[in-house]
Structure formats: structure tokens, C-alpha cells
Design a protein around this ligand. Structure first.
Ligand SMILES: *Cc1c(COP(=O)(O)O)cnc(C)c1O
Length: 349
């Protein structure tokens, strides 16, 4: 009998099937590929450069991002995906006795980090209409984390409501996870001028089509960022690899390409949502690159299986009581969404 083994229920990430010729709409990846500058940077990358460790502070990437986001480089910390930035933030900021608050329906990883790091937490039920109620986040707490727009609902919480939460909680850290912010939401970045308790996390995985590269970042004022950097350098100082920094910098330099694709995705989202509503599906209003929908005329479970048989992969959460009758469908290219609508029409008969 070996003592001291940790028991932990891990986060269950979306499946990554190895098949070719599938329509993959289960993990909110970007259907449009790398920009010309990213391709060129990859082709010209000298493998010998990998002989050395990566940089410690990602100065090039931070400089490019700072200009793109209109913040100071000192307000940015780069991480190995935003999961890494979020995990560091949990360790850095959630060390109070009072519970950390997050919605009962949000990014499933928050609960896993809280358990792993032995952080006290309370899952605040979303309202009946799946919105985050501001008044639920005004009472005493040990910190707050919200995804905005939220996942898996897709619903955006207006900035004045985010500000009310920041204002009422200036003695704890409030993290806003903006993984999907560039699909129609409004960033909390301007609020950094007024609130030192704000931390924003972002990722290159969704809007920048670089999920496999693993790059994310945190934006905050210097006092909080110093704590995050101390934690980062207590775990894995070289966590951002050299190639990742190089290609992410190229992506920022080609940002208009990604903005144009985000625009196309929003147009396909509007079209797809309308098609589903015409089939009497319930569709939550989304500002992300996915929609959460409740099928009509067929159960979520049956539709999930039937789509899978046609190599159309979407996300189904049978264990999450509130949405077990819903499917989360990423917005791919317009042709892909047209195929999905056709398949659904056929399956419903
Ligand atoms: C995808 C996602 C992440 C993780 O992003 P990575 O940069 O790929 O680690 C974090 N938060 C939310 C809400 C996400 O949807």
C-alpha cells in the first residue's frame, strides 16, 4: 500500500478524433487556418535555434501584443495556453478563506483547479435564462472568475455589469476569461485604468487559430502581474517555447486576417442560429464561435449520436443536469454549417 497518493477528478477535454474528412465542431477551434505571416515564420524558423532555452519574458510577443491591444508590455504575461495563465492565476490570487465565486455553468476547468489547489469555492447558479446575475457577486467572497462571453452558453455580460462587480470587490481579484471576446463581445481592457483588482486572460486558440501551438496570456496592472510572474517562475520559467513565441508574434502582425475570419464566423453564426430556430430549436444568443442549442423533434442524445455517425462532431454534456438536453456546436466554415443543417433536417425526417 503506497501512501500519499492524490485523488483528483480531472478536467475532461473535448475529444480529438484522428479521422480525416470529418466536420469537427466539438472544441471551438477556428475553422480558418494560419495567416500568411504565420506560415512564412514557420517555414523560415531555424531548428538550430531550439538548442537554447526560450526567452524568460517573451519581450517580442509582449511588444507586438501591447501595440495591438493598446496596453503597456508591463501589463502582459505570456503563458503556455490560457489554461496555463488561469492555473497560475488560481495559485497566485485565490488564497482566502472565503469561497471563490464562479457560475454553476461555465468553463469546467475552474472547479478542477479549485479542487487541485484546495481553494474553497461556491458555484453560483445562473439565472433561469442562463445569464450571470450581478447581484450574486456582490456579497463577501474570496475572489471571482467569470468567462465573458460565458461558455458553454455563449452569452455576453455587458461591461457596465462587469464594472459593478469589480467595483464592489476591490479587496479581492476578479478574473475575466476572455477566450471568446473577439467574436462580438466588448473587452474589459479599458477597465484596467480604474481597477487594480482586474485580471483578464486571453488565448490564441480560438480567434487566432493556433490551439495546437499553446499560447495564452494575462493582462493586469503591475502589482498583480508581479505575483503571477512569481508563481510562473516557481513552476516552469521556460513554459512558453521559442517556436510558440515566434509564431504567435507573426499572428499578431497579421491581425487583420484573423479579424476578417472572426467576421465570417459571426456571419455564419447568425445564419446557422436562424436555420436552427426555423426548425424550432432553442438557440441561446451567442457572442462566441459556438452556439448552445436545444433540439426540437429529436433528443440531444439522439442527435449527437446520429451526427457522430455522419462524422459530424459536436459537444454533448450528458452529466451536466441543466444542459443535458442541449448540444454545443462550434461555428465552422459556412459550407460546414450548411452540411450540418442538411444533416439535421434529414435526421428529423
Ligand atoms: C478554450 C478555453 C480556454 C483554454 O484556452 P487555451 O489557451 O487553449 O488553454 C480557457 N477558457 C475558456 C473559457 C476556453 O473556452
Amino acid at each position: 500500500m503506497i501512501r500519499g497518493l492524490r485523488q483528483i477528478e480531472p478536467y475532461v477535454a473535448g475529444a480529438q478524433p484522428a479521422e480525416k474528412n470529418m466536420i469537427k465542431l466539438n472544441t471551438n477551434e477556428n475553422a480558418y487556418g494560419a495567416s500568411p505571416k504565420v506560415r512564412e515564420a514557420l517555414a523560415n524558423f531555424d531548428a538550430d535555434d531550439l538548442r537554447k532555452y526560450s526567452t524568460l519574458d517573451q519581450a517580442d510577443l509582449r511588444a507586438a501584443l501591447a501595440e495591438n491591444l493598446q496596453v503597456r508590455p508591463e501589463q502582459l504575461m505570456i503563458a503556455n495556453g490560457s489554461d496555463d495563465a488561469l492555473s497560475i492565476a488560481f495559485l497566485a490570487f485565490f488564497n482566502n478563506d472565503e469561497p471563490v465565486l464562479f457560475p454553476d455553468l461555465t468553463y469546467g476547468f475552474y472547479k478542477v483547479w479549485a479542487d487541485l489547489y484546495r481553494v474553497n469555492y461556491y458555484e453560483v447558479p445562473l439565472a433561469e435564462d442562463f445569464t450571470i446575475k450581478t447581484e450574486d457577486y456582490l456579497a463577501d467572497n474570496g475572489g471571482i472568475i467569470l468567462t465573458n462571453p460565458n461558455a458553454p452558453t455563449g452569452i455576453f455580460k455587458p461591461l457596465d455589469e462587469i464594472e459593478a462587480i469589480l467595483k464592489a470587490n476591490q479587496d479581492v481579484v476578479v478574473i475575466i476569461d476572455e477566450a471568446y471576446i473577439n467574436f462580438g463581445g466588448q473587452s474589459a481592457i479599458p477597465l484596467l485604468d480604474k481597477y487594480d483588482n482586474l485580471v483578464i486572460t486571453r488565448t490564441f486558440s480560438k480567434d487566432a487559430a493556433l490551439a495546437g501551438l499553446r499560447v495564452g496570456y494575462a493582462i493586469a496592472n503591475e502589482p498583480l502581474l508581479a505575483v503571477m510572474n512569481a508563481v510562473k517562475h516557481s513552476i516552469n520559467p521556460y513554459s512558453v517555447d521559442l517556436l510558440a513565441e515566434h509564431l504567435a508574434t507573426a499572428a499578431i502582425e497579421d491581425w487583420s486576417y484573423y479579424q476578417a475570419n472572426a467576421q465570417k464566423i459571426q456571419e455564419s453564426r447568425a445564419w446557422f442560429s436562424q436555420q436552427l430556430r426555423e426548425l424550432d430549436f432553442e438557440v441561446l444568443p451567442s457572442k462566441t464561435n459556438f452556439v448552445l442549442t436545444k433540439p426540437a423533434g429529436i433528443s440531444a442524445a439522439a442527435l449527437f449520436k446520429a451526427l457522430e455517425a455522419r462524422k459530424i462532431y459536436v459537444r454533448y454534456f450528458p452529466k451536466v443536469e441543466r444542459i443535458k438536453e442541449y448540444l454545443r456546436i462550434s461555428i465552422g466554415k459556412q459550407e460546414e454549417m450548411e452540411e450540418v443543417v442538411k444533416a439535421i433536417e434529414e435526421l428529423r425526417g
